[in-house]
Design a protein around this ligand. Structure first.
Ligand SMILES: [Zn+2]
Length: 308
């Protein structure tokens, strides 16, 4: 059943028609100006609803659901998993990076791992794929032992050698190589990868809406470089930006290819997104963000869902 579904999705992607149409729907939602709706588990603050939702709001369908499976970095704050976001568009599920706890976070959110169609890995650092082996074991246990992992051509050989050691051998693992000119197809929608500045070759992703407007940008791990401004379209709706280090550690950030909180906010302000989601957090960067809250900055918890 799963295999036939997967074949169907791939077939539809090959002719390109459904993929584009479906993704364009998400852009339409953006054009209508629907605000991002954020659900924060476990308990959102209680608010008195003074008026029922308007009819037009009720009629707006949820097009792209983004669930943060892990908002931590290589040394995550207590209670946070490694970097991972889950994208759900209609019946398609894809994961961008699969940090440690990716599986348990999915389980907590009630997401069936057998439904995952694709996983994109942004670079070979272990905190971005450490969740793959346990996910592989779970897929075998659930009798749906198929997994398609996509990475860019610069990371392909190295990631393949790691996965050949760590992934369960009975899993039907397909590792796909993405050339830098190709679009990243993740089920019924696609994204464009762009080079960022890290210690190893690393690529972020831009998901576009109906008229090519940037809907969701994910930076993955990157240092502060002016060139990034030219690679990322201005005014994306959601900017998922790494904020690994607290302010004051800019020298370490430059050496390690990461951003401090100040650098992340400065870079984000140049891109002028509707809102920023800080990810790849450490305990100290999280503390700094919580101490100085900013209007359009979302400080996530694992399990947070954002509807675009
Ligand atoms: Zn890294």
């Amino acid at each position: 059943m799963r295999e036939s579904l997967k074949t169907l999705i791939i077939a539809k992607n090959k002719n390109g028609s459904r993929g584009r149409l479906a993704w364009h729907g998400a852009g339409l939602l953006s054009r209508w100006g629907s605000p991002a709706r954020v659900q924060i588990p476990p308990a959102a603050p209680f608010r008195v609803q003074t008026a029922p939702p308007t009819l037009s709001r009720l009629m707006v369908p949820v097009m792209l659901k983004v669930t943060i499976l892990g908002a931590g970095g290589s040394a995550p704050p207590p209670g946070y998993g490694g970097p991972s976001i889950l994208l759900n568009h209609r019946e398609n599920y894809a994961i961008v990076d699969c940090g440690e706890n990716c599986l348990s976070s999915m389980t907590l959110q009630g997401v069936d791992p057998c439904k995952i169609d694709y996983i994109y890995i942004s670079h070979v650092h272990i905190d971005h794929w450490a969740g793959l082996p346990s996910l592989g074991v779970k897929l075998i246990e659930r009798k749906c032992p198929y997994l398609t992992v996509i990475t860019h051509s610069d990371a392909y050989d190295e990631l393949r050698s790691y996965l050949s050691i760590f992934m369960p051998s009975t899993l039907n693992l397909e590792l796909k190589k993405l050339s830098l000119k190709e679009e990243l197809f993740l089920g019924s929608y696609s994204g464009k990868i762009f080079k960022v500045y890290h210690k190893v070759p690393t690529y972020g992703v831009i998901f576009l809406g109906e008229k090519g407007e940037p809907l969701l940008v994910y930076t993955s791990d990157t240092g502060y470089k002016k060139e990034l401004i030219d690679s990322i379209p201005k005014r994306p709706k959601a900017l998922f930006i790494e904020a690994t280090l607290p302010s004051g550690l800019e020298e370490i950030a430059e050496t390690t290819g990461h951003l401090t909180v100040t650098q992340a906010i400065r870079l984000a302000s140049l891109l002028d997104p509707s809102f920023i989601v800080t990810v790849h957090l450490s305990e100290s960067s999280l503390r700094e963000l919580l101490n100085k809250k900013r209007e359009n900055v979302i400080i996530p918890r694992d399990g947070m869902t954002i509807n675009l």
